[in-house]
Design a protein around this ligand. Structure first.
Ligand code: SF4
Length: 333
């Protein structure tokens, strides 16, 4: 049995149920790095190259937190999960593509890295091939891998079902983790005064440290939050058809299509885009959303960029001003 370390950031918020179940069903122990803290972020900033974006720096900090505690760090090279776009070349951003190399070059004291290439553009068998590669590398038999693979996919499907019931990932992860029965969809919004969409990369949206508690601030303001991860791929792709082109990047497309989806729902009164300072793709995504928010009914739009110096006071002030403006706008109608 091996101990596999998984950093609690980047793809964790989207694919953790799949990989956790897979490794555990193979008989290995999964060790998750602790929730992001100042110590983890500071360590990441120290280890990573200077011009990396904050999520990549943070990833280094999470990997460092696992060093010495595990036999392997699971850091797959996320290339693509589907064929999409004008040339069928939708990929993860270049930093995801080079992540295992960046990690290896930046830090000496890391355990072995499982850096399999995840490129599922060619079709459904890709995930099965990949699972065999990982399982065999860990010394498991084909039968064990098959069983773990099926169980892992089922667990991921359950997780996705919870998200599509409009549950946010952290809540859904808790339910999956505790193996609680799937609750009935909560229909009532009576505790909320406003409904707002918050779009951005999952590793920014759901990491309360890095976004200075953005979702909690909105909750306190009685704002019901929707994020792009509660929308099915089918609905997102409908939005893709309303644009002349898609971007190359998977997570960026999810942010864009999610935002466009929410812009057409009348009950959503504003859209907030949470973006990372020094993110190349976001320099385009943010501008595009700003233009589209005007074009599609002048929906109020707020962009908040976070970096390692972001403090709660700054985020709170901007959120409160935005929410006040939305309420004022509603009263004037
Ligand atoms: S998409 Fe942007 S924020 Fe995310 S890893 Fe790439 S450069 Fe960093």
């Amino acid at each position: 049995m091996s101990k596999i370390g998984i950093p609690r950031t980047l793809a964790y918020f989207i694919y953790f149920p799949l990989w956790k179940t897979f490794f555990e069903e193979l008989g290995h122990e999964v060790v998750l790095s602790p929730a992001t803290s100042k110590a983890i972020l500071d360590r990441g900033v120290k280890e990573a190259v200077n011009d990396a974006c904050i999520p990549i720096k943070l990833y280094h900090g999470h990997a460092a937190a696992l060093a010495g505690k595990v036999d392997y760090i699971f850091c797959p090279r996320l290339v693509s999960v589907r064929s999409h776009g004008d040339f069928g070349t939708e990929t993860f951003c270049p930093k995801f593509l080079g992540l295992p190399d960046m990690l290896r070059l930046a830090m000496d004291d890391l355990p072995e890295i499982i850096d399999v290439r995840v490129d599922l553009k060619q079709g459904k068998d890709g995930l099965w091939q990949l699972s065999q590669e990982i399982g065999k590398g860990l010394g498991n038999s084909r039968e064990e891998i098959k069983r773990a693979f099926n169980r892992a996919r089922e667990q991921q499907r359950q997780y996705n079902r919870l998200l599509y019931q409009e549950m946010l990932p952290l809540e859904a992860l808790k339910i999956i983790e505790q193996k609680n029965p799937i609750p009935k969809k909560e229909k009532s919004n009576e505790n909320y005064d406003l409904q707002v969409a918050v779009v951005g990369y999952p590793y920014l949206l759901y990491d309360a440290y890095i976004n200075a508690g953005l979702l909690a601030i909105l909750e306190k303001e009685k704002v019901k939050v929707y994020t792009q991860d509660i929308i099915s791929d089918r609905k997102m792709n409908q939005q893709a058809k309303t644009l002349p082109k898609s971007t190359f990047w998977y997570f960026s497309n999810r942010v864009i299509y999610g935002a466009l989806h929410f812009m057409q729902r009348p009950e959503i009164e504003g859209v907030i885009h949470l973006t990372a300072f020094a993110c190349g793709p976001d320099s385009m995504v943010d501008r595009l959303l700003e233009i589209e928010s005007r074009r599609r009914g002048n929906r109020p739009y707020l962009s908040i960029a976070v970096d390692e110096h972001t403090g709660e006071a700054g985020v709170r002030t901007r959120i409160e001003a935005f929410v006040d403006m939305l309420r004022y706008r509603r009263e004037r109608k």
